[in-house]
Design a protein around this ligand. Structure first.
Ligand code: FAD
Length: 405
């Protein structure tokens, strides 16, 4: 029976970046990546696809082309985590044994939590940039709409790329503004939470765009049901005193961001924290009870913003600390919670929100970060996809040197 030095669950942004960082440091490791899908997606560009600024096919690559040469790809799905015996179970019942485990299966989009939604996605003007096939439908809907009501929704936190629900609204509005029809479109943003953005520094520049586009903001307003053929959406509004009431709104276009949670096999495992995500030490990304388990990416329970940008900084930390642990050395690398959200406020301009734990600003550039810039659009539209595929997934740790413990 094989005993792997490292098993990585998930070959998305996090699993591939961790594998590349580990093998770069120690090419002789025996390392397996369990990943069921033969397609890999650069999800951060789906916002641009929905705004008509990126070719959908360019967000997709074959998994085979991205798995590091020295890694073994096990094309299967993990169904159970068995940390007491240092094993994972695959969907065919096979057990794999490891010395160390990296848990990186991303998160689950919980479409079914909104009544009626799954039946109508991709029809009747109901769309979401959170799915590859639907991001292109968003752009179709935006181009078709000349007059009427457009609703954009945001579920409870945490979600991946917390700015993406409003990015969809800004890019849509900018298109309607350019077409001269924004005045005939009634735009509403329904946010289950209580703030436009979690880091207060970035709210003023975003509010300028909300005003410019005449968008109406509703806070503590949660989408609970959709009737596609009737084109009505039902929201549960919660007042300050905790009382709530339901109301229905008509729409011509509805952009939905679904509630998000850890995958069931993580939620129901001994590795989960109270909220269902993989429990980790926020600095080392090591599990607090199972010392041979590490986690990064969207499934990881650290309190950073769930983004590919976070993964870029987490991967070298996991690589260094995991190898230190394997070599019985003290762990030295520290993750400070870095994450980034390029807020596409118009086609051609981005407010680049970069921050760490507790919303502490961590700008990469010596510029006021709370300003919409065309240079940051260029970074998002042209540089980031290249940085992702050519550097981050290859273990070239561009600007990602870990802090020390
Ligand atoms: P993923 O990349 O989703 O990969 C998870 C992988 O695990 C998948 O390949 C999946 O097949 C696999 N898997 C699932 N279950 C199992 C299992 N049981 N066994 C084995 N493998 C499994 N980030 C940014 O930095 N900037 C942005 O502007 C940005 N915008 C975004 C916009 C949208 C619309 C979306 C959807 C995301 C955006 N993100 C952005 C977030 C970014 O895409 C994620 O944070 C990142 O992909 C997380 O990487 P991950 O590997 O944890 O998850």
């Amino acid at each position: 029976e094989v005993l792997w030095d490292v098993i990585i669950v998930g070959g998305g942004a996090a699993g591939l970046a961790a594998a590349a960082s580990l093998l770069k440091r120690k090419p002789t490791l025996s390392l397996a990546i369990v990943e069921p899908s033969d397609r890999h997606y650069y999800q951060p560009a789906w916002t641009l696809v929905g705004g008509g600024c990126f070719n959908p096919e360019d967000t997709c690559r074959s998994t085979a082309s991205l798995i590091p040469h020295a890694a073994k790809w096990i094309r299967s799905r993990v169904t159970r985590l068995l940390p007491q015996q240092s094993q994972v179970a695959l969907e065919n019942g096979e057990l794999l044994s490891y010395r160390t485990l990296v848990v990186a299966p991303g998160l689950e989009l919980h479409w079914a939590a909104i009544a009626g939604l799954e039946d109508t996605l991709g029809k009747h003007g109901v769309t979401s940039n959170y799915r590859y096939d639907l991001a292109a439908y968003t752009w179709e809907c935006v181009q078709k709409l000349k007059t009427g009501r457009a609703l954009f929704t945001q579920p409870a936190m945490p979600i991946k790329c917390a700015g993406a629900p409003q990015k969809a609204m800004y890019l849509s509005c900018h298109h309607w503004e350019k077409q001269g029809c924004l005045n005939h479109i009634d735009v509403h943003f329904h946010n289950t939470g209580g703030a436009l953005f979690g880091v207060a520094d970035f709210v003023p520049p975003l509010m300028e765009y909300v005003k410019r586009y005449h968008a109406h903001l509703a806070f503590s307003s949660e989408l609970i049901a959709v009737d596609g053929p009737a084109q009505t959406a039902t929201f549960r509004d919660t007042a300050a005193d905790g009382s709530s009431h339901e109301r229905s709104e008509a729409f011509d276009m509805l952009h939905v961001v679904p509630p998000q949670r850890a995958p069931a096999f993580v939620r129901n495992s001994e590795l989960a924290n109270a909220a269902g995500w993989v429990a980790v030490d926020e600095a080392t990304l090591q599990h607090p009870h199972y010392a041979n388990v590490f986690s990064l990416g969207d499934a990881c329970g650290a309190s950073n913003a769930k983004t590919a940008a976070a993964v870029r900084k987490q991967a070298p930390v996991v690589a260094e600390n995991l190898l230190a642990w394997l070599g019985k050395q003290p762990m030295r690398a520290r993750y400070t919670g870095y994450g980034a959200c390029p807020l596409t406020v118009e086609k051609g301009k981005v407010v680049l929100a970069e921050f760490g734990y507790g919303g502490k600003l961590q700008p990469s550039f010596p510029l006021n970060p709370a300003v919409a810039r065309s240079s940051m659009w260029w970074l998002k539209r042209h540089a980031m996809p290249r940085i992702y595929f050519s550097l981050m997934l290859k273990g070239h740790e561009w600007l990602a040197k870990p802090d020390k413990l």
